[in-house]
Ligand binder design. Sequence first.
Ligand SMILES: [Mg+2]
Length: 263
Amino acid sequence: MQKLDLPKEIKGILSFDFDGTLLDPTTNPQLDPLFFEVIDELREQGWIWGINTGRSQMQTVAGFNEGVFPVLPDFMVARERELYTPGDYGRWKPITEWNKRSEKDHKKMFKKSKRLLKEIRSYVEESTNARWVSEEGDPAGVVATSHEEMDEIIAHIDERKSKVEMMGYLRNTIYMRFSHKDYHKGSSLAEITRRCDLDSSQVFAIGDGHNDIDMLHKDYAGMIACPANSSQEVKQHVEGQGGYLCKQPASLGVVEALRHFFD
Ligand SMILES: [Mg+2]
């Protein structure tokens, strides 16, 4: 996979959620090659593009193979908050200043919310069938057995999370992870935009899940869309923001939205 030189003048930014938006595991290929044709044309006009995902950096790189990427994206947002640019020999270079700040703020948040997380964990383990998960870099999260169960858990958390001002969470289907409320796909995208010396009117964003709602917002992207397979909540949100609701699912929806905004 080839890394491309940045355009001389960057005209704008295209931000794509990965799973369910570019990748559709129910189709073969998972990502329609038409997407790369459209990207090629937009890149020639100065638009750079990136993946903005809840996956870890390594899982995202694995996804480039699943999606048979002919070229590498110009940036990557992993775990909704870690920023990377493509380096040499297939390595991804962290944007250290931002990533370090995020890490520090997360440590602070987790320290402050220790007691509250303990309470929430007891509730999850004693009153639901969901599983509490803790892993390197993501010390607290929940995997529910159904969407309904996750709705209940989220309602429980929403009632309590104001106890710790910094506490936020990122939800995607039956998964959720606790995180600092200032770090999400939207604020990550804003940092990329700032680094390119652009403003939100020069940004396009598309996504299908709950954790995309943060970037599908006029504050972060002047052009927003969601594929036809998006959750109801995302569709309502995008409609409310005056965004574009695609008729087609996943990557075909992405191509449709790009043509809608750029043709
Ligand atoms: Mg998704």
